[in-house]
Design a protein around this ligand. Structure first.
Ligand code: ZN
Length: 301
């Protein structure tokens, strides 16, 4: 089973940066990531520039990047206007996000579940006659910083609603890094059984150091698509100072070590990660292999 790596740095990573990442640098990095063998790139987010000033250049980035046929280019959207902008920019896929937690959904997108689903239906009606695919994300699927535990039934119910609406694939997101491997194995097993051949992505955060072990647990339950961010950048507004997404090159390095196929070029990823300071203007990002080197990089005696 080949693992598919989905890069989210230019959306999930950059949106948390304090300093604006120049458009030119975003475009260049995405172009380079397109040559690493990743399955998808979440390019940007078509949301209000007031809500996410870091991604105010969404349309420009999306139209300027080079497209590689083997890569699916994705944009996060929150409403019908976002879907229209994604269509204009020729995105392959849009990602719709609703939190399983009522409180988190209200805080994140200022909508009740009913309001989110109403908007999603309008989006589905608009894109169904186009080639653009739709991925539905259930955020806070493994726990909510306001409500605590999230029931598996609630997650499965929203997955079901997404599929009934005609969404093409599903993501379960551990938005604030609360998942543990036992829980991951159980929920992923259930959802895999529920959705059969529909593609399932796991979006883990390494907020509390359990990111990669959660990947292993999800793989044991049959999952093979993972979101990750170069350098592990990103974050969580509800855990200030915490690390963000699992780190792409650390994930790929682990897969190499355990002999799992992944189709990406680890050396290229490490090289891009080591150049990240030029892009984000800081060198304190969480990636570990970029600092320690690969296990196979032996030292001279
Ligand atoms: Zn994330």
């Amino acid at each position: 089973m080949d693992v598919k790596i989905q890069e989210v740095i230019s959306r999930d990573g950059f949106q948390m940066e304090k300093e604006f990442v120049p458009t030119e640098k975003k475009v260049q990095l995405i172009n380079e990531l397109s040559e690493t063998g990743v399955h998808k790139i979440e390019v940007t987010s078509f949301v209000s520039p007031k809500a996410v000033p870091q991604l105010k250049d969404a349309s420009e980035v999306a139209t300027r990047i080079n497209r590689t046929p083997d890569v699916t280019y994705v944009a996060l959207i929150a409403n019908l206007r976002g879907a229209e902008r994604a269509l204009d920019a020729g995105m392959d896929e849009v990602n719709l996000v609703m939190s399983a937690s009522t409180t988190h959904n209200k805080k994140n997108v200022n909508k009740t579940h009913e309001e989110s689903l109403f908007e999603f239906q309008k989006i589905m009606d608009t894109v169904k006659s186009t080639k653009m695919k739709v991925n539905g994300t259930v955020a806070t699927a493994f726990g909510c910083p306001f409500e605590g535990d999230i029931s598996e039934d609630a997650v499965q119910q929203y997955v079901n609603t997404y599929l009934k609406m005609g969404m093409n694939s599903i993501t379960l997101a551990d938005t604030t890094g609360m998942a543990n491997p036992v829980q991951v194995k159980q929920l992923v097993s259930k959802v895999k059984e529920q959705i059969g051949d529909i593609p399932l992505t796991l979006h883990f955060h390494n907020t509390r150091g359990m990111g990669l072990v959660n990947v292993i647990a999800a793989m044991e339950a049959g999952a093979n698509q993972f979101d990750a961010s170069l350098g592990g950048i990103g974050g969580c507004p509800f855990a200030p100072g915490a690390t963000g997404n699992i780190c792409t090159e650390d994930l790929v390095h682990m897969l190499d070590e355990i002999k799992v196929k992944h189709n990406t070029d680890l050396d290229k990823l490490i090289s891009l990660s080591s150049g990240l300071t030029e892009v984000i203007g800081r060198d304190d990002y969480p990636g570990q292999v970029v600092k320690a080197g690969k296990v196979s990089d032996l030292h001279t005696v």
